[in-house]
Design a protein around this ligand. Structure first.
Ligand SMILES: [Zn+2]
Length: 161
């Protein structure tokens, strides 16, 4: 008999053996193999340990208001905007690390919009103005980063007014 631990399909035979569902002839063959194969013997032993633990395990009692709490959570989730539910569905997504990037994008967009209509009036190749605007943009970005880096509890009172 070949080793059953090598193949997941053959490993199903080991589970059948643990459940005593094998034909007596096959079970006898398997027992002879178990006597000489530590890998298969360990699998049988591990499976028996899991089943014994499950036999002993008792699920905890459900609290009286379980259904009420479950339904209120479901209603809360359904009341949430769809885009927020989609964001939560993305694994590893957190909005806080994205805030500085969002602030930088907003600053660049603001500069682009502010500059947009005037851009056609300026002569082409005016490098002095471009340098000034880049400096302003960088200082705006710096200011925004300081704002987003502030702790939430100091910015909370400002939001109320
Ligand atoms: Zn084996």
């Amino acid at each position: 008999m070949k080793c059953l631990a090598q193949d997941s399909q053959d490993a199903a035979l080991l589970l059948d053996y643990c459940e005593r569902r094998l034909e007596p002839e096959l079970a006898a063959q398997l027992e002879r193999h178990l006597a000489v194969c530590p890998a298969c013997a360990r699998m049988v032993e591990a499976q028996r340990t899991v089943w014994e633990a499950l036999d002993v395990w008792e699920p905890g009692a459900i609290s009286a208001d379980f259904n009420a709490r479950l339904y209120s959570r479901i209603l809360e989730m359904e009341a949430e905007p769809a885009w927020r539910r989609w964001l939560k569905a993305i694994p590893g997504w957190h909005w806080k690390p994205a805030m500085p990037l969002a602030a930088a994008c907003l600053a660049i967009l603001a500069v682009a919009l502010w500059r947009g209509p005037a851009a056609s009036d300026q002569p082409a190749g005016d490098d002095a103005i471009d340098v000034e605007q880049v400096e302003r943009t960088l200082s705006d970005l710096d200011m925004l980063q300081q704002l987003t880096a502030m702790p939430a509890d100091t910015s909370a009172p400002e939001q109320r007014y």
